[in-house]
Design a protein around this ligand. Structure first.
Ligand SMILES: CSC[C@@H](O)[C@@H](O)C(=O)COP(=O)(O)O
Length: 366
């Protein structure tokens, strides 16, 4: 079974909805789920990266507010008018949106959920409960859609990659593996937060996918040595601008440059909620800059006097940099569309036509 980052229980007749998130800061050493009952808890968990990744951030924010408002419904604390509940939802959503700036999925979810609350409050028979229930149903729908969208991305990626004879982000890799079309995947460690070595590698091992971990600085050597055997580099995305420029985890742009130099396909796998037609190009994307300590310190093993090594949250924080050095720590970079060969979405793969990506058709109702 695929590791679940989000565990959500809808309300029952007697209990409010509940939300638990996998604390990704403790992986790979501990698989610990943490209760999220308020927007403040969700905001902190997102900012600290206990939950991370563009779609997951949006869903945790949406569901945390569902849990908060659901508890008020069960406790019969929502005695205010429909309009007041709508305003409360709007304010809480705006607050959640401030947790992380780069990924568009959170802003997109906030915009859609505000429309749900507004529409529900405009109904002739609207009550505070009906607005709350409409909100909760929409947030729950986002979770359901995310799971099915990810599966579809994997399948589209695997199918098109198979046709063109090249390989695949993790959903695509899982689909290729399921179709017995993958001999090996390589994942990078992803300094400074090590999402690659702690999380992606953990999932690859968990899913029994043959995989090899390299440091970010080894990617060029790997491409020089194995470039002919590598089918493609596949990355996720936090925001794809209208022209195809793509913000993703720091280091992505370097991989795209390397891929182009070595003649390897470079593909972005992302749901349509990550495509931001309101952002013209990568220059308009806000890049989050994070604390210097993420670069200058690591959690190292703590060796007890009895020789036991502790490698979990009790580990010691070790400085790996000269004290006093200035640090720049952008969490994301922007890969120019020019270096991207295709964008794999849940409804199909978009490739460039006459050198340009055209995403508009992805959003047209059939
Ligand atoms: C499916 S997640 C896609 C992106 O959000 C992912 O590649 C990424 O850059 C995540 O950054 P993070 O800082 O770990 O939230």
């Amino acid at each position: 079974m695929v590791l679940q980052a989000i565990l959500y229980e809808p309300a029952s007749t007697s209990s409010p909805p509940s939300l638990r998130i996998l604390d990704q800061l403790l992986l790979p050493h501990r698989t610990t789920y943490e209760q999220v009952s308020t927007c403040e808890e969700a905001h902190a968990a997102i900012k600290q990266m206990k939950v991370r990744g563009a779609p997951a951030i949006a869903i945790v924010a949406a569901l945390a507010l569902a849990v908060e408002i659901g508890a008020m419904v069960v406790a019969k604390k929502l005695s205010d008018a429909a309009e007041v509940v709508k305003e409360r939802l709007n304010q809480r959503l705006e607050y959640l949106k401030t947790s992380r700036p780069t990924a568009v999925n959170l802003g997109d979810a906030v915009g859609k959920l505000k429309i749900v609350a507004k529409t529900a409050a405009l109904q002739p028979e609207a009550t505070s409960d009906s607005v709350a229930q409409a909100y909760i149903a929409a947030a729950e729908r986002m979770l359901i859609d995310d799971v099915s969208d990810n599966k579809a991305i994997g399948e589209h990626g695997a199918r098109s990659l198979a046709t063109a004879g090249y390989g695949t982000a993790l959903g695509v890799i899982r689909s290729l593996r399921a179709a017995d079309m993958l001999s090996r995947a390589y994942c990078t460690e992803t300094r400074p937060y090590n999402q690659g070595s702690r999380l992606t590698a953990y999932e690859l091992v968990h899913d029994h996918i043959p995989a090899t971990l390299i440091t970010d600085s080894m990617a060029c050597a790997l491409l020089a040595k194995e470039g002919d055997c590598l089918a493609a580099i596949v990355v996720g995305a936090d925001r794809v601008a209208a022209n195809g420029d793509t913000a993703n985890k720091i280091g992505t742009h370097s991989l795209a440059v390397l891929a182009r130099h070595h003649g390897v396909k470079f593909l972005v796998a992302a749901p349509r909620t990550t495509i931001d037609l309101g952002t013209a190009s990568g220059q308009d994307i806000t890049i989050e800059e994070r604390a210097p300590e993420e670069v200058t310190r690591i959690k190292g093993p703590k060796i007890n006097p009895d020789g036991r090594i502790l490698v979990d949250e009790d580990a010691e924080v070790i400085s790996t940099a000269a004290d006093g050095i200035d640090v720049w720590n952008p969490a994301f970079d922007v890969t120019p569309a020019d270096l991207i060969d295709g964008v794999i979405t849940e409804v199909g793969v978009v490739v460039k036509v006459e050198g340009r990506f055209e995403f508009g058709s992805l959003f047209q109702k059939s």
